[in-house]
Each structure stands twice: as structure tokens, then as C-alpha cells.
Design a protein around this ligand. Structure first.
Ligand code: ADP
Length: 504
């Protein structure tokens, strides 16, 4: 948090984000008696966060460059509302050092690390340089200044194939390409450079050896106001599609106590070296019992709830308290202590997409939505019945989180919860998640980041309706016909009774 020497009570906090994370921040503020101001785009008036926030300020039109990614618009909105602090959530401006700097310049508390820490850790190349200076294990690669194609090609050959090219300023899996051989490498490196320039404003790329049977394991870290960095154990996020996480869990089923201790120590070491304050994540690739530091995310993570469930903490409240200059986790005896996680937690990201058509986004107004409440179940959602899922933003509409005493019971609970969840109006990836949760490799905890490529590269097959569903469909059709409604084809296509809705 923007280095403060004394405590400053926050009375009003602006949220520079949307969707379920905005709701999450509002909930934390409500418990801390802090008023909330939602900085939103024109289209996001139909959202749960909009209905919940104490104040709302429109900061621009739907396109992200004109609203959620516009530093000045967010700062002006916060100033106009009289907010003393801004919480950036995740995505958008959350890892933007210039935004954290602009907050500092305006005397607004940025709920996150200092601009200096973000600069040092947020750029993947400078993060690797710091890790190297601390003697931490890295995936072998090339991070040099010479960005000429001939140099990059010769370095790729030196590393050996497969290799991976990545944007230095990248994130969200963009600007990243796997190089299988020298013939493909030229075109892929050039395309990564173009993508990096348009997405992140810098064409700088770097190369790494591609680890083809690795797991993604990450550590939740937290720097408190005293400068101490704690860790809150690990999460495994190996189930990924196009390098983006779909299912996450705490803790990883693959680590021995010894490895967990070493990775936790490495995580605290790099965070302390960057004088890290607040919540952050140190990501590793883990292969053949060896770990390699991948990057540090200088923000709250989408998958933070699984850590909260097994560690008994509230990371968002801890972030805000730290931003106020208050100590948190003071009762944690030693930063290197390995605590026992309490049970097991799994999160599934629910995307508005059609799993029967390879995951194409599915937009539209939400019809009936039902999340089946119960013990050890948590639903984080930003949109309710009647809200519109638009094509402007990430298609994640909710996160379903479960907790149970063991991993196998948590998997079983997740399957049950998903089977009882209802989302009408858009397609969702729930049927796809169900198949993943039932796959032996996932159940055995052996999945690697290639799991989806290996087993789910094709769209899943849609199931035909059973006899009783056929009957409902026939009856619904005749009712619609008799009522004179539904002459347009949309009603027919969007009917919740057609086969594509099964399992949703
Ligand atoms: P981003 O910041 O875009 O999310 P990361 O560097 O965190 O990018 O990598 C995202 C994912 O891409 C990893 O979890 C992993 O699945 C894959 N990946 C990245 N680097 C490598 C590598 N060297 N070898 C194998 N997979 C990799």
C-alpha cells in the first residue's frame, strides 16, 4: 500500500472495477463501515455491484480503454466522490504502476503495493532479474535487450525446442506462443511482438524453455505494515485453457512438506526484496519435483477465495486494513512457519460461453439464475437475473467455491453444486466443468497445464434430452405456439428446454 507511516482511517473507498470482484470489495467495506463508490462504465448500470454500492460514478463508455483502463477518468471519479482510497480489484488497472503513482500524486490511498514494488515485480523481465540476483530457480531462457529477430531465433535454438515466447509486459496469457521448431519460430516471434505492442504498448519479448509436463503452483503472500512478508500457503491452478485458469484449488495435492517450505521461503524472499505490502501471488511451474519461479502478480488474485477458505482469513479486509496502516496477521508467529490448511477448497470459474461450440462467448440478458446455497459453498457473482452479459468484457459471470474436509469430498460437492446451479439466458461452461471434475487425471491430482489440450481440445458433445425432457420441450413448444408468442426464431433458439441447456 502506498507507503504510509501512520494510520489513516478510510471512510469512503472507490472501486475501480466491475463484476464479482466489485461485489467482493463492497462486502468487505460494509463489514469495515466504509462507504463505497463504484466507478463504472455506461453499460454496467445493470449489475449487482451497481445496486449495492453506496454511490456510483460513471467514468465513461463501455470500451475498456475509455473507462476501466482510463487512469485519469478513474482518478477524477474518485476525487469527485470524495473517496480517500481506491481498490483496483484484479485485471484492468490493478497492476499498473502509473495508476498507483497517479493515486499517490493525488493523495489517494491505492489499496495495493507501492508503484515501486509494482514496477520491479510487475514487469516479467525485471522480476526475473530480481529473482536471479536472489539465487531463486528460474526457467532457463533469454531476457536480453537485443530484440532483433536474428538474436531471438539464435537464442531460441540455444534454449532448444519446445520454447515459449512471452511479452515482457504481458498478462492474462496474451502475447505468449509455444515454439515447436525453428521453422515456425520466426513467424510466431514476430506475431508475439505485434500482439505485445498492441495489447501492452511494448513489443519487448523474452524466451523460455517450454516445460511440457509442468504444474502451475502459486503462493499467496501478504506484506504487512511492518515490512514483514507472510505466506498463506499455496494454490494449484493447472487446469488452464489457452494459459488461463479455469479451476483452482487450495492447497496443491502435489507438494511434499519439504517442497512447500522451500517454495514458501522463495516467495517471501522475493516479496521482501521488493518491499512488498499487501496481497500478492508468487507463481511457479513445478515439474519432476523441481520448481521454477514464473512471475509475481502484484494484486489480489481471482482465485483468492480458496486460500480464504482453507486459511480462515479475509484477504480483502486485510488489504484494506493494511492500506489504513493497521497491522494484520500479527498473530502469525513466524513468516516461514508452515501452517496446516483447514480442509480443501476448489473454485470453478463460470464463463458465459457455449461449451458445445468450443467455448464461443455467449452474450445476452440473464434469465432465472439460481445458486444452490448450503454448507461449505460460496458463490461470488456480479450479475443477476435481468442483467445483461455484454461482449465488452471478460465473460466470467461467477465463481463457485466449495470447501470440504478432503479433496475428494470437495470434488464431489462441486459436482453436486454445479448440477444444481441454474443459469438461463446465456450458455455457460458448467457442462464442460463437470466433465473436467470427473476426469481421472484431475481426480487423482496428477493434471498438468497441458491437461485441457490433452483431453478437452474438442468441444464437448452435447447430450440429447431424455424422455421426460423431450416431453417438456414438446409441451413448451405447443404452449408457445398457442400463445402466438415466439414467432421470431430467437425464442426457439434461446429456449432453456433445448438440449444445449442440459446440465446448466
Ligand atoms: P500470464 O501473466 O500471461 O498469465 P504466465 O507467465 O503467468 O503468463 O504464464 C501463464 C501460463 O502459461 C502458466 O501457468 C503456464 O501454464 C504457461 N507457461 C508460461 N511459461 C511457461 C513455460 N516456460 N513452460 C510451460 N508453460 C508455461
Amino acid at each position: 500500500m502506498t507507503s504510509q507511516s501512520s494510520t489513516q482511517r478510510i471512510h469512503r473507498l472507490a472501486i475501480a472495477n466491475r463484476g464479482e470482484v466489485a461485489v467482493r470489495i463492497i462486502r468487505a467495506c460494509e463489514e469495515l463501515d466504509i462507504e463505497t463508490v463504484l466507478l463504472h462504465s455506461e453499460v454496467d448500470v445493470n449489475s449487482r455491484a451497481y445496486r449495492m454500492a453506496n454511490k456510483k460514478i460513471c467514468i465513461g463508455p463501455a470500451p475498456t480503454a475509455e473507462s476501466y483502463l482510463n487512469i485519469r477518468a478513474n482518478i477524477n471519479g474518485a476525487i469527485a466522490s470524495g473517496a480517500q482510497a481506491i481498490h483496483p480489484g484484479f485485471g484492468f488497472l490493478s497492476e499498473n504502476a502509473n495508476f498507483a503513482q497517479a493515486c499517490r500524486d493525488e493523495g489517494i490511498i491505492f489499496v495495493g503495493p507501492s508503484p515501486e514494488s509494482i514496477r520491479q515485480l510487475g514487469d516479467k523481465v525485471s522480476c526475473k532479474a530480481l529473482a536471479k540476483s536472489l539465487g531463486l530457480p528460474l526457467v532457463p531462457g533469454y531476457e536480453g535487450e537485443d530484440q532483433s529477430l536474428s538474436k531471438l531465433l539464435s537464442e531460441a535454438e540455444k534454449i532448444g525446442f519446445p520454447a515459449i515466447v512471452k511479452a515482457a509486459a504481458g498478462g492474462g496469457g496474451r502475447g505468449m506462443k509455444v515454439l515447436r521448431n525453428i521453422e515456425e519460430a520466426k513467424e510466431l516471434i514476430e506475431s508475439a511482438q505485434r500482439e505485445a505492442l498492441s495489447a501492452f504498448g511494448s513489443s519487448k519479448v523474452f524466451l523460455e524453455k517450454y516445460l511440457d509436463r509442468a504444474k502451475h503452483i502459486e503462493f499467496q503472500i501478504f506484506g504487512d505494515v511492518t515490512g514483514k512478508v507472510f505466506h498463506l500457503l499455496d494454490r494449484e491452478c493447472s487446469v488452464q485453457r489457452r494459459h488461463q485458469k479455469i479451476i483452482e484449488e487450495a492447497t496443491s495435492p502435489s507438494l511434499t512438506l519439504e517442497l512447500r517450505r522451500k517454495m514458501a521461503e522463495a516467495s517471501c524472499l522475493i516479496a521482501e526484496a521488493a518491499r512488498y505490502q499487501g496481497a500478492g501471488t508468487v507463481e511457479f511451474l513445478f515439474q519432476d519435483d523441481e520448481f521454477f519461479l514464473l512471475e509475481v502478480n502484484t494484486r489480489l488474485q481471482v482465485e483468492h477465495p480458496v486460500t480464504e477458505m482453507v486459511m480462515g482469513v479475509d484477504l480483502v479486509k486485510a488489504q484494506i486494513l493494511t492500506a489504513q496502516g493497521e497491522g494484520v496477521f500479527g498473530h502469525w508467529a513466524s513468516k516461514n512457519q508452515i501452517r496446516q490448511p483447514h480442509g480443501h477448497s476448489i473454485e470453478c470459474r463460470i464463463y458465459a460461453e457455449n461449451p458445445f461450440l468450443g467455448g464461443v462467448p455467449s452474450t445476452g440478458k440473464l434469465g432465472t439464475v439460481h445458486w444452490p446455497e448450503g454448507p461449505g459453498r460460496r458463490f461470488e457473482y456480479g450479475f443477476e437475473s435481468g442483467d445483461e452479459i455484454t461482449a465488452y468484457y471478460d465473460p466470467m459471470i461467477a465463481k463457485v467455491i466449495v470447501w470440504d474436509e478432503t479433496r475428494l469430498r470437495a470434488i464431489k460437492k462441486m459436482k453436486k453444486v454445479l448440477s444444481e446451479s441454474i443459469v438461463f439466458g446465456v450458455h455457460t461452461n458448467i457442462p464442460y466443468l463437470q466433465e473436467i471434475l470427473s476426469h481421472t487425471e484431475f481426480v487423482n491430482g496428477k493434471m498438468t497445464t497441458r491437461f485441457i489440450d490433452k483431453y478437452f481440445s474438442e468441444p464437448i458433445a452435447s447430450q440429447l434430452p431424455n424422455e421426460s425432457e423431450e416431453k417438456i420441450i414438446r409441451e413448451a413448444r405447443s404452449l408457445v405456439k398457442a400463445s402466438g408468442l415466439g414467432r421470431g426464431k430467437s425464442l426457439e433458439l434461446d429456449s432453456p428446454f433445448t438440449k444445449s441447456w442440459r446440465g446448466v
